[in-house]
Design a protein around this ligand. Structure first.
Ligand SMILES: Nc1ncnc2c1ncn2[C@@H]1O[C@H](COP(=O)(O)OP(=O)(O)O)[C@@H](O)[C@H]1O
Ligand SMILES: [Mg+2]
Length: 285
C-alpha cells in the first residue's frame, strides 16, 4: 500500500493563542514493502506526520492518499471508511502500554479485530496468534495486562496492532525506555514482519537502528521533509544541523579514515560487518 502526501500543511489549535504550524508543505511518496525510518529531532513533526497516515488527524490543507483512502482537510473529500483504513494501517504510539485497558491480555489484543467486525472466538484466535508472534505464549493469555513488566506490556500493545494484520505498520519510538535486549527483540520482530511483506514506518532518532534495519530514511526538520534517501547516503554527512548523530559504526569509520584507514562503508550496516571489513584490511595490509 503506497502512501502519498501531497502539499500537506497541519496547524495545531488554529486561530488560538496556541496556534502552531507543525507540518509545512509535506510532499512524500512512501513505497510499499519497505522498512522506512522517519528521523528528526524532538518537535520536528514526526508524530504529527504519522498520525495523518491512519487519519487520526486531518491535514489543515493538502491530502494524504493511502492507496485510495483519502485523508483531506476538506471533509467531503475524506474517505468515510475509517475502520477500513485502520484495518490496513496499524499505528503503535510511543509508550503504547498506557493504552491497555482490558481485564486480560487476550481480550486487550482481541479488541481491535472485534472492533472491525470479527466474531469473538475468531478475534480471540487472532489474538493468540499475535501474542505468540511477539513472544508471549499461552501463560500470558489470561493474565491482567497491568501486572506485566514494562517490556511485556509493550509487547501486548504491539500484538494488539499485529492482530489486525495491517499492510502498513507505523511504530512511533518503539524502543524508547526498553532495555537493550527488549529493544533488540522488538526491532527483530519488526524486521521479520517487514520481510513477510508489511511496510514498516519507524519513527526514531536512533541512527543505529536506522543503520541496522532500514532501507530508506526520511529526515524531518521544523515541520518539513529535508531529505529522503537510502541510509548510506545520509551517513557520513554532518548531521548536527538536524540534531542527529551518525550511527556509532559510521562515526568510528570516520575516525579511522582520519588516521588513514579508508573503508568502503556502502555495504556496512552492523558492528559485525565493520569488524569483518577491518579484519580483511589487516590480513591484506
Ligand atoms: N496537541 C498539540 N497541540 C499543540 N502543539 C502540538 C501538539 N502536539 C504537538 N505539538 C507541537 O507540534 C510540533 C511537532 O510535534 P510532534 O509531531 O510531536 O514532533 P516529534 O514527534 O518530531 O517530536 C512540536 O513543536 C510540538 O510542540
Ligand atoms: Mg514524537
Amino acid at each position: 500500500m503506497p502512501v502519498k502526501f501531497k502539499k500537506v500543511f497541519f496547524t495545531y489549535s488554529p486561530k488560538s493563542p496556541f496556534e502552531y504550524e507543525a507540518l509545512r508543505d509535506i510532499n512524500l511518496d512512501l513505497e510499499s514493502g519497505k522498512f522506512i525510518a522517519l528521523v528528526g529531532k524532538t518537535g520536528s513533526g514526526k508524530s504529527t506526520l504519522v498520525q495523518h497516515i491512519n487519519s487520526l488527524i486531518h491535514p489543515t490543507s493538502g491530502i494524504v492518499d493511502i492507496d485510495g483512502f483519502i485523508n483531506s482537510g476538506v471533509k467531503k473529500e475524506r474517505t468515510k471508511d475509517i475502520k477500513g483504513l485502520r484495518k490496513h494501517v496499524g499505528l503503535v504510539f510511543q509508550f503504547p502500554e498506557y493504552q491497555l485497558f482490558e481485564e486480560s491480555v487476550e481480550k486487550d489484543v482481541a479488541f481491535g479485530p472485534k472492533n472491525v467486525g470479527m466474531k469473538e472466538a475468531e478475534a480471540i484466535d487472532k489474538a493468540h496468534w499475535a501474542l505468540e508472534k511477539v513472544g508471549l505464549g499461552k501463560s500470558f493469555f489470561e493474565r491482567s495486562p497491568f501486572e506485566l513488566s514494562g517490556g511485556e506490556k509493550r509487547k501486548v500493545a504491539i500484538a494488539g496492532i499485529l492482530a489486525m494484520e495491517p499492510k502498513i505498520l507505523v511504530v512511533d519510538e518503539p524502543t524508547a525506555g526498553l532495555d537493550p535486549a527488549a529493544a533488540k527483540d522488538t526491532m527483530s520482530l519488526f524486521k521479520k514482519i517487514n520481510e513477510e511483506g508489511t511496510t514498516v514506518i519507524l519513527v526514531t532518532h536512533d541512527m543505529d537502528l536506522v543503520a541496522s534495519y532500514c532501507d530508506e530514511v526520511v529526515v524531518m526538520e521544523n515541520g518539513k521533509v529535508e531529505a529522503q534517501c537510502s541510509p548510506s547516503k545520509l551517513f557520513g554527512r554532518d548531521l548536527s544541523e538536524y540534531s542527529l548523530q551518525n550511527p556509532h559504526i559510521f562515526d568510528f569509520a570516520l575516525r579511522l579514515k582520519k588516521r588513514g584507514i579508508d573503508l568502503d562503508m556502502s555495504s556496512i550496516r552492523t558492528t559485525e560487518d565493520l569488524a569483518k571489513a577491518i579484519a580483511k584490511r589487516c590480513k591484506h595490509g
